[in-house]
Design a protein around this ligand. Structure first.
Ligand code: NDP
Ligand code: OXD
Length: 313
């Protein structure tokens, strides 16, 4: 039984070198192969997918498990030739969840404490005091109350922000005002001074951050997108920024990654750009998660975190 890592790994990539070293340390007899050196295709039973050229996964006739090295499985499901009888497991990692909570908390605090405006003032060396809006009157809405959204919601509520959450199915979370379904989306948005997109990318959620959603927010709201670039309609964001409907944005994910060198987002002082680094997770911890999943698969035990292909997450 061989396990293949499907990823584009640069020689300087420390995340993958730590992951591979840890996998080998914890399970020295694991037959681990790294794309493109996969040997005989019939020997590959498990693929660990970070990236895959379309048509790669169907090459392996004895595949038993597809494990995503990301929480989002949209890129795996995008392969039209994906075999439909093989389980797909997504990544759930404690370190990733904590990192996401840190990143979103940082962005929310930055907007609530008006750091974008202070940066503008700094550029013109103006010593000016802006009014402070208390966290207790700055409502944050989380789109997606899954593994990551739920932790983010709880952390923000602990700091003192009123938190709203929106999911597909109904939820009850202490300290979080919960909404669900398309019919409650506008109502959910109505009071959010900031929204955080932590949805998976599916046909239902693609383009959800658009003119219609921005218009439902209070004027001068903020956006944090850590889901996927295709959640956002970029032209609608630029218009909403120009009209003042959106006051500032923090983007970690983009329709095209890396963000093209001449993309307008790079030059806009109202937009914070980070290169998809919100929550990579700690590779030494993730190695343990991978080995547990491989062992469950090998022993025929139920797989935790298998995705539902119908819903796409
Ligand atoms: P989960 O699958 O655990 O949760 C997804 C949440 O979205 C659930 O609450 C689900 O509702 C909700 N949802 C799905 N579809 C809809 C819909 N049509 N309408 C309303 N709500 C919907 O995902 P995670 O929390 O683990 O991760 C979320 C996403 O974050 C990932 O898919 C990935 O794209 C992104 N991500 C980004 C990272 C980064 O570094 N920038 C790192 C990791 C993840 P319900 O609970 O009812 O099912
Ligand atoms: C992701 C991840 O889904 O890094 O973006 O896990």
């Amino acid at each position: 039984m061989a396990v293949l890592i499907l990823a584009e790994i640069e020689s300087t990539d420390t995340w993958f070198s730590i992951l591979i070293a840890q996998l080998k340390k914890e399970q020295p007899n694991l037959d681990l192969r790294i794309w493109p050196e996969y040997g005989k295709p019939e020997e590959i039973e498990i693929v660990l997918v970070s990236w895959q050229p379309l048509g790669t996964i169907p090459k392996f006739p004895n595949l038993k498990l597809i494990m995503s090295l990301a929480a989002g499985v949209d890129r795996i499901l995008a392969d039209p030739d994906l075999p439909d009888n093989i389980p797909i497991v997504r990544l759930v990692s404690e370190s990733q969840t904590w990192q996401m909570a840190e990143y979103v908390t940082m962005a929310v605090l930055l907007f609530q404490r008006r750091l974008l405006e202070y940066q503008e003032l700094q550029r013109s060396r103006r010593w000016e005091e802006l009014a402070v809006q208390d966290a207790s009157s700055f409502t944050v809405g989380i789109l997606g109350l899954g593994h990551l959204g739920l932790m983010v919601a709880k952390k923000l509520a602990l700091i003192g922000f009123p938190v709203r959450g929106w999911s597909r199915t109904p939820k009850a979370v202490a300290g979080v005002e919960c909404f669900h379904g398309d019919e409650q989306f506008q109502l959910f948005l109505k009071k959010c001074q900031a929204i955080v997109c932590l949805l998976p990318l599916t046909p239902q959620t693609e383009g959800i951050l658009c003119h219609e959603s921005f218009s439902a927010l209070p004027p001068g709201a903020y956006l944090i997108n850590v889901g996927r670039g295709k959640h956002l309609v970029e032209a609608d964001l630029l218009s909403a920024l120009d009209s003042g409907q959106i006051a500032g944005v923090c983007l970690d994910v983009f329709d095209t990654e890396p963000l093209p060198i001449d993309h307008p987002f790079w030059f806009d002082p109202r937009i914070i750009v980070t290169p998809h680094i919100a929550a990579p997770g700690r590779p030494d911890e993730i190695a343990g998660v991978i080995l547990d999943t491989i062992n469950c698969s090998q022993m025929g035990r139920p797989l935790k975190y298998e995705i539902d292909r119908h819903w796409g997450y």
